[in-house]
Design a protein around this ligand. Structure first.
Ligand code: FAD
Length: 355
């Protein structure tokens, strides 16, 4: 191989960004992402109540990458040798890392994303009542942020399931419900709101069980689908499981491939999908890529052990519920771990930036 080998990273979320950054000294790195910035996604809900918070959680790719080539487009196909992009480029690779996580719902420009947070904050500020649709982490954390920063707003959360946060255990989910109820958030279970009938002008919403909710604005907080539909037309189609996730070996290479890895939420690793785990995958894959580049045999690659089901759900600025090994905690102590800065300073430092 003449010169440094080419590593193409598809997806500039927390996993792909860290991988690209870590590989810069050892490879000719190309980062492909439809956004010009990395978004620390779990800071989104704080940015809706405090838009200036996003100044630190939205980071231009060019701020933390010093040598990599940044291509602002989406991958649409993968061949044995190259990634094809929506804007017609062909990016040749020696090694490929797929880190496309979830479908992008945000604007491609950091400036537009900042404006979006300003608008969402304006909507919250001018409303007397807010409807949140979805009781997963996004809906619960948004309800928590609004309840703490704007205690005068009437918040209603409608959830299709029979308990909040189905990805964590019953005890943690009950503690979140108790906390929200104590802040006068109305939580309605086993009901849904027809998303097709929503409009920005109406302020009366009918649920599936016929209940009417009055709210001046609404936020749809249902989980985003994985960004894997595009993979069905690529050489990796046989490596997708029935949920659209890429099946990986213990060394995080995609099943059936020697030079293609996958990291983050797009993988079939049996663990809760978390950003700190995507970061762990990125560091392991960087280590493995460096070994392969040095000529080590595949038998020497490091292997990944799925993480323990650990999660912290923030409830406003000071409190949280944490599902930790053997114990579930709620209140100020888990809040100290996450809710103040939402790991933004820690993540920025990991990317070589000031907190
Ligand atoms: C409310 C909430 C709170 C959370 N709190 C925490 C927490 O406290 N701690 C924690 O560790 N995790 C938390 N998470 C989970 C965490 O956000 C995810 O696990 C993490 O973002 C996954 O990272 P990723 O890099 O795999 O994918 P993503 O963050 O989804 O990034 C995917 C990237 O791929 C790009 N992309 C998509 N399709 C294409 C394509 N075709 N071509 C090129 N690029 C593409 C996107 O633009 C994006 O940049 C939280 C999640 C939510 C929703």
């Amino acid at each position: 191989m003449a010169g440094k080998p080419r590593v193409v990273v598809v997806g500039g979320g927390i996993g792909g960004a860290l991988l690209a950054k870590t590989m810069e000294p050892d490879a000719d790195v190309v980062l492909l992402d439809p956004k010009d910035y990395l978004e620390i996604s779990w800071a989104e809900l704080r940015s809706m109540v405090e838009p200036s918070f996003a100044e630190r959680s939205l980071i231009y790719h060019k701020s933390y990458l010093t040598a990599a080539t940044i291509v602002k487009s989406s991958a649409v196909n993968i061949t044995e040798h190259a990634v094809l992009t929506a804007d017609g480029q062909s990016l040749a690779y020696d090694y490929l890392v797929v880190a496309t996580g979830h479908v992008l719902a945000s604007p491609g420009s950091r400036t537009d994303r900042l404006t979006e947070f300003q608008k969402e904050n304006g909507k919250i500020k001018s409303a007397k009542s807010v409807l949140i649709i979805g009781g997963g982490p996004t809906g619960v954390e948004l309800a928590g942020e609004i309840a703490v920063d704007y205690p005068d707003k009437k918040v209603t959360l409608v959830h299709r399931g029979s308990r909040l946060l189905e990805f964590i255990d019953q005890k943690a989910s009950k503690k979140c419900l108790d906390w929200l109820t104590s802040k006068k958030v109305d939580v309605l279970f086993k009901q849904s709101v027809d998303l097709d009938s929503l409009s920005n002008t109406e302020n009366s919403y009918k649920t599936s069980s016929g209940e009417t909710i009055t709210a001046d604005c609404h936020f749809v907080c249902i989980g985003k689908p994985l960004s894997s539909s595009w993979l069905h037309d690529t050489i990796l189609k046989e490596s997708l499981d029935n949920k659209g996730r890429l099946m990986v070996e213990k060394d995080l290479r995609v099943k059936g491939y020697n030079n293609v890895f996958a990291i983050g939420d797009i993988t079939d690793i049996p663990e809760i999908k978390q950003g700190y785990l995507a970061q762990k995958h990125a560091l392991l894959v960087a280590k493995n890529l460096k070994l392969l580049i040095k000529g080590s045999p595949a038998s020497k690659l490091g292997t990944y052990c799925p993480g323990f089901p650990l999660a912290i759900v923030s409830l406003g600025r000071k409190e949280a519920v944490a599902q930790l090994p053997f114990v579930t905690l709620s209140g100020r102590i888990p809040g100290i771990l996450k809710s103040g800065d939402l790991f933004v300073g820690k993540t920025r430092k990991q990317m070589g930036l000031g907190a």
